[in-house]
Design a protein around this ligand. Structure first.
Ligand code: SF4
Length: 621
């Protein structure tokens, strides 16, 4: 599997150059998100405009992506974000990353831009730039089908839809029907270069260096996985299982733009109904033992999903109560290539602004935009993708929309670091979740640190064993939660660097996948020896370099807070339990948690990595 190779593709010069990744860089960053941030940090600066040809589109499957039996399907797509203007980084599953590894190219680093629509083709022998004028204007699903027919079963593609072509700032990138690099507008960056699709064509699977050792490791891993009850349920329900746990069991799902956590009359938004009435078969990412995707049929539509974030965002967050409408929207936004989190949050925010009278109906061009008005919401999605009227305002992303409507409207938007919140959960309930969203390097996001074990009722002794310090077992407590996020951010960055799916991390008990496991996996896969401590340091290095990128862009402590709304009790008190009525984040306690997190990271009180930290991690130069 080594050395890893990077193809530098310059669209202006129509030139390709392939270089090897030095072993020292591989040892320090592994692959995927790790090497992506290394390349990005050293190729752009604060002066680089996200839509300029100099901003690279970096495609990086994880170090072990393509190996069988461990959900190693993932690929990171990075660049300076057209949505936030800060760190752009998004992770996609499906089949593309594994098939890209088969071409012998581990990273694509694309600069410049084309004057005409193109797609990029890769196989073992060639990398070429092809005419895509016949694909421009087509949906992601149509594009995928056309390219599959053109190149046959050994090919996989990623593509943008109409949203990416129209430079909607939160456009995403799709493989097949639903595998999505959703966050931070990487589809917009791809559209700015006029790249409609990237096709990879490879027949021979990737093999580990030490086959016997790898098989042994996989046997143990898969036996352990079978004993995990939540993983079994994940396979049955897909990630919509989280809707049952978060919205139903814990009751912390956001509704109505975070004005409430209750959704009366919304019983139809149900993973059980989804499973019993609409699922038509299973699907999954490359060689995943869980296979949590599901195909569904509703009316004429045959699609896949919906993921938890779409179910919750286009259900309670915007107030839609009809499951069929959510299933329709799931297919629609994937065809357009729109990020579901930003789209739903911006629509919910607009509805609240209308309700508060902060904007008037004249901006809607006749749409009766209201909670749960599915026709108006669907029409607004069309207008966002095609940049029409109000859709055009929202298509410029949160930062520009707040400027347009007035800075005072920003306090009703659930966002920070210029990005709407990904997680459709209310952050008042678990302070650790709030800190993790606030410090996430790409903006408020649960996929950087979601500490699901907060809800597992583990003993304080077990927690001390995992995290190495005193942690309260109470998920409502702030005690030790800075340490929890320090640990989870580090841990999950390794999943992204290796190319393993994090859904497994969220649904397993502690111990099945730990740093020693990663160490053995890297050794079997590549022959590189790294101790568990060195693997942990790789995670720290990735998080620190991302922070250095953000600091260079002007980010500091004031940007590491959740939205103001979470420091106030829920606005709509109907249906709340007595203990939920006054629930809010405590600012002083949050500051304490942030201090603890900074201290463990080796950052100063403003969140800037100290020189000693940079020295220790080899990031000083
Ligand atoms: S658990 Fe689900 S999302 Fe993750 S790799 Fe497997 S099929 Fe894909």
């Amino acid at each position: 599997m080594l050395p890893q190779r990077i193809a530098y593709l310059d669209l202006d010069m129509r030139k390709v150059e392939v270089k090897e990744v030095p072993e020292e860089i591989t040892r320090r960053f592994l692959g995927g998100r790790g090497i992506n941030i290394y390349l990005l940090y050293h190729s752009v600066g604060p002066e680089t405009h996200p839509l300029s040809p100099q901003n690279p589109l970096i495609i990086g499957p994880g170090m072990v992506t393509g190996l069988k039996g461990i959900s190693a399907s993932r690929c990171n797509i990075s660049g300076k974000s057209p949505e936030s203007g800060l760190l752009g980084d998004s992770n996609i599953g499906g089949y593309f990353g594994a098939f890209m590894k088969r071409t012998g190219i581990d990273f694509l680093f694309i600069t410049g831009s084309s004057s005409k629509p193109v797609y990029i083709y890769l196989d073992k022998e060639r990398i070429s730039i092809e005419d895509a004028r016949d694909l421009w204007g087509k949906s992601t699903t149509e594009t995928d089908m056309i390219l599959s027919e053109r190149y046959g079963p050994a090919c996989q593609s990623i593509s943008i839809g109409v949203a990416g072509e129209n430079l909607v700032r939160f456009a995403c990138i799709i493989n097949r029907k639903k595998n999505t690099a959703g966050r931070t507008g990487m589809g917009c960056l791809m559209g700015s270069k006029k790249i409609k699709a990237i096709v990879v064509n490879g027949k021979e699977p990737v093999e580990p260096e030490d086959e016997a050792g790898f098989d042994r490791l996989m046997r143990g891993f898969q036996q352990g996985l079978k004993k995990e009850p939540l993983v079994k349920l994940l396979g049955e329900y897909g990630s919509s299982l989280l809707y049952i746990l978060v919205n139903r069991r814990i009751g912390m799902g956001r509704s109505y733009n975070g004005l409430s956590t209750k959704f009366p009359g919304g019983e139809n938004i149900s993973p059980n109904i989804l499973k019993d009435k609409y699922y038509t078969g299973k699907a999954g990412c490359y060689s995943c033992p869980v296979s949590c995707h599901h195909k569904y049929r509703v009316g004429e539509i045959e699609s896949e999903g919906p993921e938890y974030s779409i179910l919750a965002s286009f259900g309670p967050v915007v107030g839609i109560k009809r499951l069929e409408a959510v299933l329709y929207i799931n297919d629609l936004i994937n065809r357009y290539g729109l990020d579901s989190s930003s789209t739903a949050n911006l629509i919910a925010w607009t509805i609240e602004l209308l309700k508060r009278g902060l904007i008037d109906q004249s901006v809607t061009d006749g749409l009766s935009l209201d909670w749960g008005n599915e026709e108006a919401i669907i029409e607004l999605i069309h207008r966002i993708a095609h940049r029409k009227g109000l859709g055009n305002i929202l298509a410029d992303g949160a930062r520009e929309a707040v400027r347009y409507f007035g800075e005072e409207t920003g306090r009703y938007l659930l966002w920070s670091k210029n990005l709407p919140q990904t997680d459709p959960a209310d952050l008042r309930y678990f302070p650790a979740y709030a800190l993790g969203d606030a410090t996430a390097s790409r903006g408020p996001d649960h996929l950087r640190s979601r500490p699901t074990w907060e809800s597992y009722r583990l003993s304080e002794e077990t927690l001390r064993g995992i995290y190495g310090g005193d942690i309260s077992a109470n998920p409502r407590s702030y005690l030790g939660k800075g340490r929890v996020i320090w640990w989870w951010e580090t841990y999950l960055s390794l999943f992204d660097a290796l190319g393993i799916c994090k859904l497994i991390a969220f649904h397993c008990q502690p111990g099945l996948i730990d740093f020693a496991f990663f160490s053995e996996l890297v050794r079997c896969a590549t022959g590189i020896d790294l101790t568990a401590e060195e693997i942990f340091a790789v995670g720290e290095r990735i998080v620190n370099l991302e922070r250095m990128f953000l600091v260079r862009e002007g980010i500091k402590r004031k940007d590491d807070f959740p939205p103001q709304r979470y420091f106030e009790p829920l606005a709509w008190q109907d249906g709340l339990k007595p203990e939920e009525k006054d629930l809010k984040l405590d600012r002083a306690a949050f500051e304490g948690m942030l201090d603890e997190y900074y201290r463990l990271r080796g950052w100063d009180s403003e969140g800037v990595p100290l020189s000693g930290t940079k020295e220790r991690l080899g990031l000083a130069r």
